[in-house]
Design a protein around this ligand. Structure first.
Ligand SMILES: Nc1ncnc2c1ncn2[C@@H]1O[C@H](COP(=O)(O)OP(=O)(O)O)[C@@H](O)[C@H]1O
Ligand SMILES: [Mg+2]
Length: 160
């Protein structure tokens, strides 16, 4: 259940991993093809776990590993291709141009990007910006919508 809720922002308490799985599955249900999602938060906050839970909800049963060293992992789902980026080790945001970032963020794909701060100036505005924060017990997710599509997703998440 969201703790606070507005058209562009929502906060969820995630006392345990089951709660993280629940919100990731909720996002999976409502995320249209073409969406871009930023995942922010300190090391160990749960960014990769969130993507893994999302992919489990999408039916992916194989390993979901952190793209810390590869920068990007690709998952081919029945209707779309999903890209999971981790830009932690990016030295310069300009490297995204060499990586051909625009070829990944197509209307027929969904992308999650961990550490988008490291790509500042070379990434489009995300539909959703999800920040995971440590709490005394578990985590807190602060979700913000930055586009029209993001606000539509947010509306769909209401009440869950
Ligand atoms: N809601 C939660 N409450 C407690 N622990 C969590 C929660 N969500 C994830 N975790 C744990 O926190 C860790 C997050 O690791 P990871 O997802 O690799 O972090 P990041 O990608 O942000 O560096 C994992 O050990 C995971 O089991
Ligand atoms: Mg990670």
């Amino acid at each position: 259940m969201p703790v606070t809720s507005s058209e562009t922002s929502r906060i969820y308490e995630l006392p345990d991993e089951a709660a993280t799985l629940q919100i990731a599955a909720n996002v999976f249900t409502h995320l249209p093809i073409g969406s871009l999602v930023y995942l922010r938060g300190n090391l160990g906050a749960g960014k990769t776990t969130f993507v893994r839970d999302y992919l489990r909800a999408a039916g992916v049963t194989g390993p979901v590993k952190s793209p810390t060293f590869t920068l990007v992992e690709e998952y081919v789902l029945p209707n779309l291709t999903l890209f999971h980026f981790d830009l932690y080790r990016l030295n310069d945001p300009e490297e995204l141009e060499w990586l051909g970032i625009r070829d990944y963020l197509r209307p027929d794909t969904i992308s999650f990007i961990e550490w988008p701060e490291h790509g500042a100036g070379h990434l489009p505005v995300p539909d959703l910006d999800i920040e995971l924060r440590y709490q005394p017990q578990g985590r807190r997710a602060v979700i913000e919508a930055h586009t029209h599509r993001g606000r539509m997703i947010m509306k769909a998440l209401t009440g869950h």
